[in-house]
Design a binder for this molecule. Sequence first.
Ligand SMILES: [Zn+2]
Length: 338
Amino acid sequence: MDFIKVKKYFNLNMNDFLYIDKKFNEIISIYKKKRIPLLIDLNNFIYKNILLNKIFKWILCINKINYNTCGKCNECIQSNINLNINFININNFIIDKTINIEVVKIFIKKIYRYNNSKNNTIFYIPNLNLLNDISINLILNILENYNNNIFIIICCKNINNIPNTIISRCFYIKTYIKNKLLIRFIKNEFKNIDIKIINIAINIYEKSYINIINFLINNYNKRTFFFNFFYVSLINNNFSNLLININKNNIKIYDILYWLIYLFKDLLIIKTKIEYIKNIDQIILINKLEKILSVDNIFKIIDNITYHINNIKKNKYINKSIIKYNIIIFLEKILLNK
Ligand SMILES: [Zn+2]
């Protein structure tokens, strides 16, 4: 197996959420050159399934170009990765509720069996911390002895319990933890505000204290209003009043774009069966959208919103009314098939 000398560690800082796709592309670009096992530290990492889904899809896509999947092949379209014959999850071999040595042996045998397969195959361990020392040693032995069409992806919840011998053989992605001190501080500052709302603010704005405060004081009601109206528009199959109401209530386009991008990222989280979403008060809207949208369309929407946010950032004098109009028309087109 070839080892190309490239960066061995990757620090994934989750604060700048808007650039998450760019970060994922960076990860894939490094991973592409290395082809050594991927080790992801999932400690409190709320976007883990988005990241994993992106990597899985990229590996399995048969027409991929650079970091992009084609979005058209069977591998890209299939929404449940577990149905893919080239995706092998160690958990599938569990019999007695634990990942014992027998399970690990079956898993390793599978790797050898697929070693000469023409197609890319993913071997996935969702939580290495669940394996005992003997099993981890078995895994260690396989890490340097497999072909280029095999992709071993290992996640762990606590990197401190993973032996260095494993870490040193992997391309290791370290993810940051959210700031617990900040959460405590805001809870103290805003005793009268519902804890659920504070959590939403922290979820959405993470470490940006100014944005969190601004949201709690000025924007929470506007956001609720916006989502309610968005939901009504969706139910009525008619978006024509949405723009009028946005303007009437003086909701800023920048806020709308932010709320929307997090909402659609939540949708992606729901689609990929993660357990944690940000907009915990909007579950009805999220469920409704989930039934309408394919993963590809969610990515399309996220790309479009990101594009507008970047445009506003680059040019403060940009005509914001036109962006409002464009984004509503775009959503209408995708959501209502118009
Ligand atoms: Zn594809």
